[in-house]
Design a protein around this ligand. Sequence first.
Ligand code: GRF
Length: 205
Amino acid sequence: MNILVLVSGNGTNLQALIDAHYSSIITAGICAVISDRPGIYALERARAAGIPALTEEPDKGLSKEQRRIEHSKRILERARNYKADLIILAGYLSILQGELLQEYMGRIINIHPSLLPKYGGQGMYGERVHRAVLDAREKESGCTVHLVDQGTDTGPILLQRKVPVLAGDTAESLAQRIHKEEYIAIVEAAVLMVQRLDKDTEKGN
Ligand code: GRF
């Protein structure tokens, strides 16, 4: 089984997946890593692990809608070429749409650094999420891994991990606490999905 990982940043979640693969916790292989911007550290991590790493930048000359459709098409072509069974969005900031979502329905997962449905949706990423949690004086936050559907951060939830929000927390300290849980969550979710897809294959679906 092949996993395609999409990234936009540092790639610490990608690293958790790579490490889990090399310690045989995740039995499927990572067939490729694709970023939506050049020069990010996640690409280095992939290359250091001997995984094909490439960039598919959204075309800034197109309208927002067209840009998303065209970019998603290129990702779909790559996914087909690499014979990906599962796609993991490990800190991917571009929004995917169209045929890719149909063809890979139930086989694309995303990790988000809050307890969805709270603090999700367009524009809710990075520090903004944690700031919003602190501004609302929440007692707890965490991370969510969910299946990707047509919406942003709206698909069925696979699993969540919680952390407390502590007195004196900054967006940065909260993000760090959540990050540690993300590494566990993303690996657990990948294992779960590989098992699920394996079962589907046995049933001949
Ligand atoms: C994580 O917080 C993830 O939840 C969010 O983007 C961040 C990616 O971090 N979607 P990294 O690139 O894996 O270090």
